[in-house]
Design a protein around this ligand. Structure first.
Ligand code: GRF
Length: 219
């Protein structure tokens, strides 16, 4: 499956996808990276991997949508991955690409949509945070959920520490979710995603964990 990746900045999730796609058995390849900012560090990651990239900056929302649409179609993109793309997409664009755009967000959606999700989680005092990959709908950070990763909040966490822990999970989750879509295993049925052939974990995680659970089992 040919991927397009939209970025605005650092591009560490782009890097995770680049590395996943490098494995011969991975069912997707990145055909085009588009940034809405010329100074996005992720552009250097695309260049280093030999992936075509373009910058579409200084445009209105509809101008960006028209230019991106033309470039993505020209590159034969079948699935568009938002990876730290910090601009709202034109709703006509989202409808035109319906079920072919996915996003990663650093919270367990539908909790904490929007900016500063990790800060919102700390403010709310939740014991678990995480990240979500979902199909994109016009309303921000909504749409059928494909996959989630959960990470514990530790006592004394600040936004930076929690963000780092979540980001490490993002880098595992995004390639996994894209793989499920590319293999045709993630199908939207009645507004929710059904996954073929994969199971949910059977264990519960507790936070805080009673002291006896923190001791490694013998052997
Ligand atoms: C990630 O936390 C992602 O979940 C959010 O923006 C951040 C992008 O980081 N949407 P990077 O540019 O992929 O490093």
């Amino acid at each position: 499956m040919r991927l397009g990746v939209l970025i605005s900045g650092r591009g560490s999730n782009l890097q995770a996808l680049i590395e996943a796609c490098a494995a011969p058995a991975y069912p997707a390849e990145i055909a085009l990276v588009i940034s809405n900012r010329a100074d996005a560090a992720g552009l250097a990651r695309a260049a280093a991997a030999g992936i075509p990239a373009s910058v579409l900056s200084d445009r209105s929302r509809s101008e960006f949508a028209a230019a991106a649409d033309a470039q993505l179609r020209g590159a034969g993109v079948e699935l568009l991955c938002l990876a730290g793309f910090m601009r709202l997409l034109d709703s006509g664009f989202v409808e035109a690409w319906r079920d072919r755009v996915v996003n990663i967000h650093p919270s367990l959606l539908p909790a904490f949509p929007g900016l500063h999700a990790q800060r919102q989680a700390l403010t709310a005092g939740v014991r678990f945070a995480g990240c979500t990959v979902h199909f994109v709908r016009p309303q921000v950070d909504t749409g059928p959920i494909i996959a989630q990763a959960v990470v514990p909040v530790h006592p004394g966490d600040d936004e930076e520490r929690l963000s780092r822990r979540i980001l490490a999970a993002e880098h595992r989750l995004y390639p996994l979710a894209v793989r499920l879509v590319a293999e045709g295993r993630a199908r939207i049925v009645a507004g929710k995603v059904e996954i073929d052939g994969w199971r949910a974990p059977s264990v519960a995680a507790l936070n805080p964990s009673p002291p006896d659970l923190l001791v490694s089992p013998p052997g």
